[in-house]
Write a protein that binds this ligand. Sequence first.
Ligand SMILES: C[S@@+](CC[C@H](N)C(=O)[O-])C[C@H]1O[C@@H](n2cnc3c(N)ncnc32)[C@H](O)[C@@H]1O
Length: 353
Amino acid sequence: MEEKHRETKWCEEKEQAEASIWKYVFGFTEMAVVKCAIELEIADVIESHGSPMTLSELSSALACASSPLYRIMRFLMHRGIFKEELTAHGSPGYVQTALSRRLMRYGEHSMAAFIMLNSSPMVTTSLHCLSARVLANETSPFEVAHGEDAWSFLEANPAQSQLVNEAMASDARVVVPAIIHDCPEVFDGLGSLVDVGGGNGTTLQMLVKAFPWLRGIHFDLPHVVSNAAAFHGVERVGGDMFQSVPKADAAFLMWILHDWGDKECIQILKKCREAISEEKGKVIIVEAVIEEEGKMDELSDARLALDMAMMAHTNAGKERTLKEWEFLLEKAGFARYTVKSIHAVQSVIEAFP
Ligand SMILES: C[S@@+](CC[C@H](N)C(=O)[O-])C[C@H]1O[C@@H](n2cnc3c(N)ncnc32)[C@H](O)[C@@H]1O
């Protein structure tokens, strides 16, 4: 009886594998089709049409042939990215979903820039070299692919640097409202905030707008800060966080520490600790916290994929478990910390001197 049960289970597993393997055979295709939809601005065109849009209306708006467009839309509809509804004349038309709105170039919660970055040759070439890192731990796939580390490469390639900054900004436009909504108390009592590695300044602009009592200091590498737009209430400072961090009541680090190994993180955190005020000071870290087995949620896949991205694009960066965060904070001399979950891939960790 038990033998029979085992055999049935094995057959079911084999059948499942036959279907699941195609997900990997065509894994990149899904990304390529979504990238194609972003390049054509399909979601933006359907959004501005404002009602179900027929294939012929869509193809004339995009000035393209209807037959390849039909096949692209069939693929995207099958994945639930667009939906079909009848037009006022009873013809089938395409409409947006919450997911397709994320593909709009100019939408409020657009993640188009992040997809454009992750499907760009700069990113995919280093992902192709992931095995080099596994075979020799010190090897950086990014360096194997591009001949230098990501920061030197980006400094020498302004167009690629812009691609990264736009991608980060698109994530910031999603996660910063979640922070403001889910834990506004984090900013209570603070007079000034330095955003360490603030990218193109999007995050700090949103924080200063939401908490107008904050004086913002946008701190990043000189070539990054010099390309960021000026914003009322925000001072721009170029420098190196490994040397020193501008003084403020609190330091804010979003998607910074996961770029670095433990030794560098401790160095950055110590510089932040020196920069903040001793009484009301704190360091606010916005990063993923990898869950222990069995405590996964619907964003766990994204956090683990991000860890693979860190393995591919940085020398020693990684996503960290709570125990690993605790280790870093203790080594950097912080007395205590709290962790707040928000509706995002990241959590908010507050570390106090
Ligand atoms: C992944 S991006 C995060 C950007 C931003 N915090 C966000 O979440 O949108 C990492 C940032 O760290 C900055 N960075 C790298 N090395 C740095 C250094 N030594 N000093 C200051 N900033 C640095 C990069 O220029 C980049 O803007």
